[in-house]
Design a protein. Structure first.
Length: 208
């Protein structure tokens, strides 16, 4: 059981520290609305990964190859939508009062949608997490819970620390807040553009 717990902790910390669309979204939200309203969004994997795990374990292995690319394309469009909203926020008032009353539920919903449209969790659970979870399940329920518990405890804690650190840096001044928000918005746009390019490249090769 300890082995599966350590594997979960390691994978969770690695996922939290690896730059990606979810991390870029969390940093963007923390700069816009503060860490208190952004922190609940770090728990979005608890909402999104359940259906992903079930889908991967039961269906995804038999799905055609274009399925992930279609998912990646939709995720790219959603990232560009979030990037546009972030850039619009940068162009507005420097004190960002226009977003201080944004409900935390909006962040959770957007983060959950982002994860569901992001192919990375599907790939992770297909290639890495799924085999480990199946092996843990064969060893017993306790091993499975140790793996999942360790992974999500590390993932959510790591993402929560990123939110707090980024929001703390944003409080150094309006220009710092604007700069951090611009950087995170650019990251969202870059990830979105990459996902669109990658999906279109593979789709075009399939039909060429």
């Amino acid at each position: 059981m300890l082995l599966y717990l350590l594997q979960g902790l390691t994978l969770g910390l690695s996922a939290a520290a690896t730059p990606g669309p979810f991390q870029a979204f969390l940093l963007n939200q923390s700069a816009r609305i503060g860490w208190r309203r952004s922190l609940p969004a770090a728990c979005a994997p608890l909402l999104s990964d359940g259906p992903i795990i079930v889908l991967v374990m039961l269906i995804l292995t038999s799905m055609p190859g274009w399925f992930l690319e279609t998912l990646r394309f939709g995720g790219g469009l959603f990232l560009l939508y979030l990037a546009r909203a972030a850039f619009m926020a940068v162009r507005q008032k420097s004190d960002f009062e226009h977003v201080l009353h944004e409900p935390a539920a909006n962040s959770i919903l957007q983060a959950t949608i982002l994860n569901l449209l992001n192919p990375n969790p599907y790939i992770f659970w297909s290639l890495i997490g799924g085999p480990i979870l199946l092996q843990a399940w064969q060893q017993g329920l306790g091993c499975s819970l140790a793996f999942l518990g360790g992974m999500y405890a590390a993932l959510i804690s790591g993402c929560g620390c990123l939110v707090i650190l980024f929001a703390t840096a944003a409080r150094l001044g309006a220009w710092v807040n604007r700069a951090l928000l611009s950087i995170s918005a650019a990251a969202l746009a870059l990830f979105g553009g990459y996902q669109l390019f990658a999906a279109l490249s593979i789709i075009m090769r399939r039909f060429s």
